[in-house]
Design a protein around this ligand. Structure first.
Ligand SMILES: Cc1cc2nc3c(=O)[nH]c(=O)nc-3n(C[C@H](O)[C@H](O)[C@H](O)COP(=O)(O)OP(=O)(O)OC[C@H]3O[C@@H](n4cnc5c(N)ncnc54)[C@H](O)[C@@H]3O)c2cc1C
Length: 466
């Protein structure tokens, strides 16, 4: 939000993790002349040819990350296995997706429940600002049900040639020598052996871990933990009359009551609304925040019936390790949800696709073995493209979600048309939008003004509460 100035300020910064700074020596005979210089030797061209078959890759997890990875791999000539534990999985999720995802991933319009063109941002004192005023007639935020989106993406992967296995991935045995296979252990639910499934193994050359926030693949490679938010959501069926209000409208509530570090939301679905909130810092109070979110929206959802209650962790930042040898993590398993907005569907789909493209390319369409350097091509591309976005949203969250006065200032800023245009363009199209210098200057002055007022207000409030 209000991203233009912040984006410009932080563009060019790059994440500095041990992964990125590593000197990658795929060729043991190569010598690094300086310890500070990054030496990348792409060994894929000299890596052995796979004979009698194509490269085999298992994608664990059939959410947006897994579905998109599997489709790209299968289309690229890889023998692909997609393992999903629950085919009708209804991932707890608000289901908001940016417009660019519809085009980039060629999503059919009938899987989009609602096209939101009005987004209300509601301050702690209930000042509501419609932040969708600058949208062009064809622009919208898509609202999907995850059970529909995920099933569609898996189906597409299957049509492209992936073998979809309904099974629970349990663990993997690491290769015993350089190009030896990984052995995956899983419970196969396709067979008629009761709820526990039949224990099976699968040999593959590489693994894409797309198994979400509690990723077992991540554990298998010692990827390390991340801080996470807990998000809680209720699906509420409201009357047709009340549903009319949410036809093309979504709401975001900010305030200490709904969350000390995130926001509460009401997102419209086909015939009900999803009401939810999240927090990193006060996980034990999540139900209290949910009650407050429901209270804030009470006039509009009154008489509604709760038809589903769901909760799930949301990663706060990438895991310390996202690639090891021939295993790569994507989506929530890697930790790709933005702060401030809590957005992860697009980034899951995109990282799945990007990782798969790197494997297809590195293996020359499944004809050669891949190694870690091939998978790292995905990491480098990912960090270069998206790290500034993550950093900016992280900073905005720290500045604007820290107190109620700061949130009031935030909502006040959102009334500015320029802010809305920049914000929506960045969100809808996932690109850094070039700003207008004069408008940027005005925005900077207004932002400082809002924050100064917020600070003054906070001090007054502190005096009152002493
Ligand atoms: C309450 C809530 C609201 C949210 N709202 C939004 C929103 O409005 N917009 C947005 O962009 N993002 C939102 N997010 C974030 C978004 O849901 C995630 O970022 C996104 O789902 C990540 O996709 P993924 O494919 O990486 O993982 P997931 O969607 O978690 O998919 C992982 C898949 O792996 C399967 N799986 C897991 N373990 C195994 C195993 N051992 N064996 C086999 N299969 C396994 C699961 O069944 C699941 O299908 C929200 C998150 C929460 C919790």
């Amino acid at each position: 939000m209000a991203a233009s100035i912040a984006l410009k300020t932080f563009i060019g910064l790059r994440q500095s993790t041990p992964e990125n700074n590593a000197i990658v020596l795929s060729n043991p005979t190569a010598v690094a002349t300086s310890p500070r210089r990054r030496l990348r030797i792409n060994a894929s061209k000299s890596s052995p040819r796979v004979t009698g078959r194509n490269l085999r890759v298992a994608v664990v997890g059939g959410g947006p990350a897994g579905g998109c990875a599997a489709e790209t791999l299968a289309k690229g000539g890889i023998e692909t296995f997609l393992i999903e534990r629950k085919m009708d999985n209804c991932k707890p999720c608000g289901g908001a997706i940016p417009l660019c995802m519809v085009g980039e991933f060629d999503l059919p319009l009938d899987i989009i429940d609602r096209r939101v063109t009005k987004m209300k941002m509601i301050s702690p004192s209930n000042v509501a600002v419609d932040i969708g005023r600058t949208l062009k007639p064809h622009e919208y935020i898509g609202m999907v049900r995850r059970e529909v989106l995920d099933a569609y993406l898996r189906e597409r992967a299957s049509t492209a040639g992936a073998t979809v296995i309904n099974g629970l991935f349990l663990k993997m045995d690491l290769p015993q020598s350089k190009n030896a296979p990984y052995v995956l252990h899983y419970s196969d639910y396709n067979t008629k052996t009761g709820a526990a499934g039949e224990k099976k193994t699968l040999e593959v050359d590489a693994i894409v871990g797309a198994d979400g926030a509690n990723s077992r693949v991540a554990k298998g490679i010692g990827a390390g933990d991340y801080e996470y938010a807990i998000a809680f959501q209720e699906r509420i069926k409201i009357s047709d009359d009340k549903m009319k209000y949410y036809e093309d409208l979504a709401e975001m509530y900010v305030g200490d009551d709904v969350s000390p570090d995130f926001y509460g939301w009401v997102f419209p679905k086909c015939d009900h609304v999803a009401v939810g909130t999240g927090t990193v810092t006060h996980k034990g109070d999540i139900k209290k925040f949910q009650t407050a979110t429901r209270l804030r929206a009470r006039d509009k959802i009154e008489g509604g019936k709760i038809i589903r209650v769901e909760a799930h962790p949301i990663p706060e930042h990438p895991r310390p390790r996202r690639v090891l040898d021939r295993v790569a993590l994507v989506g929530d398993a890697a930790g790709y949800v933005t702060k401030c907005s809590g957005e992860g569907i697009y980034f899951a789909a995109k990282s799945g696709r990007m990782c798969a493209e790197a494997i297809v390319e590195g293996s020359e369409n499944g004809k050669r073995m891949v190694d870690e350097s091939d998978l790292r091509v995905y990491l480098q591309k990912w960090d270069k493209t998206y790290w500034p976005t993550y950093k900016v949203l992280d900073i905005l969250q720290k500045v604007f979600y820290r107190s109620d006065p700061a949130r009031e200032a935030f909502v006040e800023m959102c009334a500015d048309e320029y802010v809305q245009r920049m914000t929506f363009d960045s969100y809808l199209y996932k690109r850094v939008v070039p700003g207008n210098p004069l408008e940027d200057l005005k925005l900077a002055v207004n932002t400082i003004g809002s924050l100064v007022r917020a600070n003054a207000l906070r001090k007054e409030m502190e005096k009152l509460s002493v």
